[in-house]
Design a protein around this ligand. Structure first.
Ligand code: ADP
Length: 151
């Protein structure tokens, strides 16, 4: 199984999109194993967005991500689900993201772009470990799995 970390960003919280976004992941068939609200700080953002640390807009990203709490999800799905989630979320810029994707349906910005989703299986595992303590993650059987995945 593959795991993804989702951050429902401050713009979504302010715009009342949290339920809609969680619903899209649920309807896709993904299993929710963790959910919480947190206020991010510079330390976690500098770790999470280390690949952008030398960009001129890095300060803006941090200010935006600290502007209100975020809702953090840990999702589990079968093989290929990390990529499927990225497809569901859409490309970085909302104004270019295809209709039907979360960013394409709700965003018009490359900065305030609604959600973060892990971009690889490796990063999914490490990002979930970054944002969740082990006692905040839940193991359970999702009884619709046989209908979602077949045999
Ligand atoms: P993604 O979130 O699609 O994986 P990146 O990892 O490249 O994209 O960027 C991380 C986040 O940094 C983006 O989701 C967005 O919020 C912000 N960002 C990326 N590029 C820009 C930019 N040119 N200007 C402002 N913010 C940006």
């Amino acid at each position: 199984m593959e795991k993804s970390l989702i951050l429902i960003k401050p713009d979504s919280l302010q715009r009342g999109l949290v339920g809609e976004i969680i619903s899209r992941f649920e309807k896709k068939g993904l299993k929710l194993i963790g959910v919480k609200m947190v206020s991010l700080d510079d330390a976690v953002l500098e770790e999470h967005y280390y690949h952008l640390a030398d960009k001129p807009f890095f300060g803006e990203i941090k200010d935006f991500m600290k502007s209100s709490p975020v809702v953090v999800l840990a999702l589990v799905g079968g093989q290929g689900s990390v990529l499927a989630i990225r497809t569901l979320v859409g490309p970085t810029k909302g104004q270019e993201a295809p209709a039907g994707t979360i960013r394409g349906d709700f965003g018009l910005s490359g900065a305030n772009n609604i959600v973060h989703a892990s971009d690889s299986v490796e990063n999914g595992a490490s990002e979930i470990a970054r944002f969740f303590n082990s006692d905040e993650l839940f193991e359970y059987e999702k009884t619709d799995s046989k209908h979602i995945y077949g045999n």
